[in-house]
Each structure stands twice: as structure tokens, then as C-alpha cells.
Design a protein around this ligand. Sequence first.
Ligand SMILES: CC(=O)SCCNC(=O)CCNC(=O)[C@H](O)C(C)(C)COP(=O)(O)OP(=O)(O)OC[C@H]1O[C@@H](n2cnc3c(N)ncnc32)[C@H](O)[C@@H]1OP(=O)(O)O
Ligand SMILES: CC(C)C(=O)C(=O)O
Length: 527
Amino acid sequence: MALNHPSFGTIDDNRVIVFDTTLRDGEQSPGFSMNLEEKLRMADALAELGVDVMEAGFPIASQGDFESVRSIAERFAKEGPVVCGLSRSAPGDILRAAEAVKPAARQRIHTFLSTSDLHMRVKLRMSREDVLEAISRSVTLARDHVADVEWSAEDGSRTDPDFLCRCVEAAIRAGATTINIPDTVGYAVPADLHRIFAMLRERVPGADGVIFSAHNHDDLGLAVANTLASIQAGARQVEATINGIGERAGNASLEEVAMALRTRQDAIPFTTGINTQNILRTSRLLATITGFDVQPNKAIVGRNAFAHESGIHQDGVLKDKATYEIMTPESVGWSTNSLVLGKHSGRAAFRDKLSTLGYTLGDNQLNDAFRRFKDLADRKKVVYDEDIVALVDDEVVRIKDRVKLVALTVATGLGTRPAASLSLEVDGELCDAVAGGDGAVDATFNAIQQVVPHRAELKLFAVQSVTGGTDAQARVTVRLEEDGKLVDGQGADTDTIIASARAYVHALNKLLAKRGRTAPPEMAQAG
Ligand SMILES: CC(=O)SCCNC(=O)CCNC(=O)[C@H](O)C(C)(C)COP(=O)(O)OP(=O)(O)OC[C@H]1O[C@@H](n2cnc3c(N)ncnc32)[C@H](O)[C@@H]1OP(=O)(O)O
Ligand SMILES: CC(C)C(=O)C(=O)O
């Protein structure tokens, strides 16, 4: 049956109202306090996102909170979401909330009181009868000020079912238009909430004239699942926060609930007014304002939510995105998905990355470059595009080399003379050498010179870091001069000494090429 609501008029049967509480429960996350200007920026973003109700704060909490709610209410004085202020059942709280939300075109007072035996006995020190009376008084007072009143049974999911029915009945009789049953401590499992909402709708007189609302905390990681179960049992308002922020482990994440509904229309056929393309932007704004980034694996808005690293997935996505993406990245505001190259990647993604970087390699070159890429990925946490460019440039120039670096070990330390032991393949023949030097690089170059004696002088030795971090690749340039001919060699590796050896060998290969491809390199005795 379509409902008639003071703020929304007739609400379609399959429409779920999104009640955003980022600025109230979200702000209860330790360290997430926002100042007035930040709250206003967030409020604008939430309005653009399309939330139906914005819980702007808890006006009695402080002068600052009152002014934030009041300013947000002024911001939406002509149109915009319903602006809501939270209050305990105390008259002072309710009057303060009423004053704060007053400028808004559509105003709501949200008043709450604990109903579980534990909370009533220990925290409130009130009897059941006291609580029932306080519910009637507080909701009546709130209704004297606004037409749209939400009442919440704090710790509702742990409340005795019969008593919960009596509390909800009292709130409806006093004029509440929305009844919220919070899982305040994140204790419930989906079946619990399903049972509670089904029970209230069946047993409480007047239940069909109000909106039931779900407000779930994530202490067991079930906030979103519990919210979806509540909808399936008849809740038509969901309370949620951007990035799932909120008291302790947080609240149900708004973006996850909205996208679960949109993606699984077949299972939960309900709609929201959320403009999903704004989700990422809103999430990022909140992270910027609070200084807390979401974790990379966070659903929908985490850096990895649409990133694929493993070869089998990347191959699938390149063939058809639907193989591993259940929604499009564009639908929530990402410009595209991403294939991240790492040690689990395969040739398909590597080839695709090379082609976006402008390289077309033959099969042999590709295989050699891929082997080196895997080797690099084993040693380096993140393989950036710059790493691939360095690696492929290195591979491409090396493909016809006559001298190849096969193995290198360097021993160095305080108080010992560095020694390098290496193996080179020269025109297909394996040659070993051991040499000392005035440093690890010097020893390495001396060992190379033992295998391939030459008259060339070292003119330049330059080391550059390809990316940041201690696991970054070093790109080394070596310049040699022989008989007035200058050659530059490049080498890249996460190990600076290996990169140096590669660069030196590369320069030597160029010298050999300049001497003429038929002339054999002067080779020392293998050994
Ligand atoms: C489940 C939730 O998220 S509820 C919202 C939680 N958010 C907040 O608490 C943030 C804002 N809170 C505050 O700024 C302060 O706690 C205030 C201003 C509300 C109250 O501050 P104080 O008066 O110093 O009280 P204090 O916070 O120490 O204790 C809370 C009091 O409220 C009472 N109380 C708690 N819930 C309710 C309620 N729904 N209705 C009436 N009284 C309540 C408690 O029993 C306690 O009363 P007591 O002092 O007589 O024992
Ligand atoms: C005030 C209520 C809705 C609340 O935040 C809770 O119970 O978690």
C-alpha cells in the first residue's frame, strides 16, 4: 500500500528513503569531527548525491553542533533534503532540535530512548512504565513543533519483543511518522532483524501508517546485510553513512546499500533516489575533510574496488568485463577500471599494458620482457608504468646483444674490499670472472672488463630512481669512450649494482656493434 508521509507525500511501495547520518553518527567516529564550513560542504555534496533525509547533528550536544544544524537548515530553506536534528527524550533536547531545524523547508526531529532491559536498568535507571511514558511525552512534544517525527528504540534489536511492540505502539499513538529500530551495538544477524520488522508490522496497531527504518552498526561486519534484510522485511527507510563511518566499527555504508539495491534488483526490488555517479566524489570529499582514507579493498569506493591484479581475472576482463565486474566503475563515478600489473599478472594484461604504453613487441621479445617483468614483480611491491617502460626499453635494446649478463654476486661491507663474481654469456659462451674494486660498482665493472677486455674509458656513471620507495627500480646510465667513439648504455633493476652491470654491458654491446658485427669481442680466457 502506498504511504502518505508529511515530508514526502505519497511514497511508492518499492521506494526506499535514504536517511544519511554521516554528519551525526558518522561524526561520532573518533577523530572525524567536522567544523561548520566542512559540514556545509558535505551537506551540499550529500544533497547532490540525492539523500532524502540528512541528519545534520545533535543540536543539544554543543553550540557548534546547534549552529551546524541551523546553518544546514538555512542552506535548504527553499528546497533540498529533509533536515533532521537528533534529540534524547528530554524536553530541552527536543526544543533545541526544533529550533535548529526550523529554517529548513522540510524539518524532522529524531528523538530516541533505549528500550532494552540492560539499557533501561543500568544506563537510564528507568522502569518499563517510565520509558513508555517518556516515549509518549517526547514524541508528543516533538510533534508540537514539526509534522515529521522519527522515534528510535535505542538498542532495539536487543529489546524484549513484547515490550518493543508496546514502545512502538506508544510512539505511533503520540504521532511518530517514522519508527527506527536500531541495532545499536551491531549484535544482530539478518534473520533477527527480519523477524523484528515482520513482527512489528504484523502486531502493532497503526504500523501500516508509518515508515519503518533500519539503523545498523557494523561491529560484526553485518551492517549492510542487516539493512538489506530489514528492507526485505518491510523497512522503507535506511540509515547509513558515506564510507560506513560511525560510532565504533561504523554504520551501514550508504554506497554499499545503494549499489546492492541497484545491482540486485532481481533479489531486492527496491529503488532509492541516489545519483550513484556521485558516490565516489562524495566519498573522496569526506576522506579529504576528515583526513581518513578508506581502505583500498573497501567495496565501491576503495582504490581496488575495480582493480584487477591476477592474470586469470585480467584475461577475463579483457575478454569481457562482465566476467569479473558486477557493476560498472562508471556507474559509481570511477572513470574506468584498472588492470594493475603485479606478480600474479599474466601475458594478456602485460601485452595490453605494453600496447597502451605504445609498444608492440614480437613474441620472443614479449616472452623475454614478460620473464623479466615477473622477476621484477617478485621483488617489487608495485610495478608502475615507468617500471614497465624502463624494463621494456632495456629489453628492446638488448635483444641482439652479444654479451649478456647471466649472474652476479657482490660481497661488500665495512672493513672489507668489495669483490664481484659474475658470469657473462659472450656469443653464446659462458665466461666467469672474479674481481675486486674500490666499491661494489667498481668491482663489478672490473670483473666485466676481465671477461671482455677493452680500451674504453668510463666517462659517465649516473643513477636515477624510476619511482619512489626503497624498492624502486634504479635506472643507470654508463657512458664509455673508445677511440673517440662515445656510447651510452642503460640498465634498470631494483638492485643498483645489477642495474649498473646491465648498463655497462649494454654500453659494451654498443661498442662491439660500432666495431662491426663480424669482429669478435676481445675475450679473456673463460674461468
Ligand atoms: C546510540 C547513539 O548513538 S545515541 C547518540 C550518541 N551521541 C552523543 O552522545 C553525542 C552527543 N552527546 C553529548 O554531547 C553529551 O552526551 C550530551 C550533551 C548529550 C549529554 O551530556 P551530559 O549531560 O554531560 O550527560 P552524559 O553524556 O554524561 O550522560 C548522558 C545522560 O543522558 C541520559 N540519556 C541517555 N540517553 C537518553 C535519552 N534517550 N533520553 C534521555 N536521557 C538519556 C543518560 O542516562 C545520562 O543521564 P544521567 O547524567 O542522568 O545519568
Ligand atoms: C540514536 C540512534 C538511532 C543510534 O544512533 C543508535 O541506536 O545507534
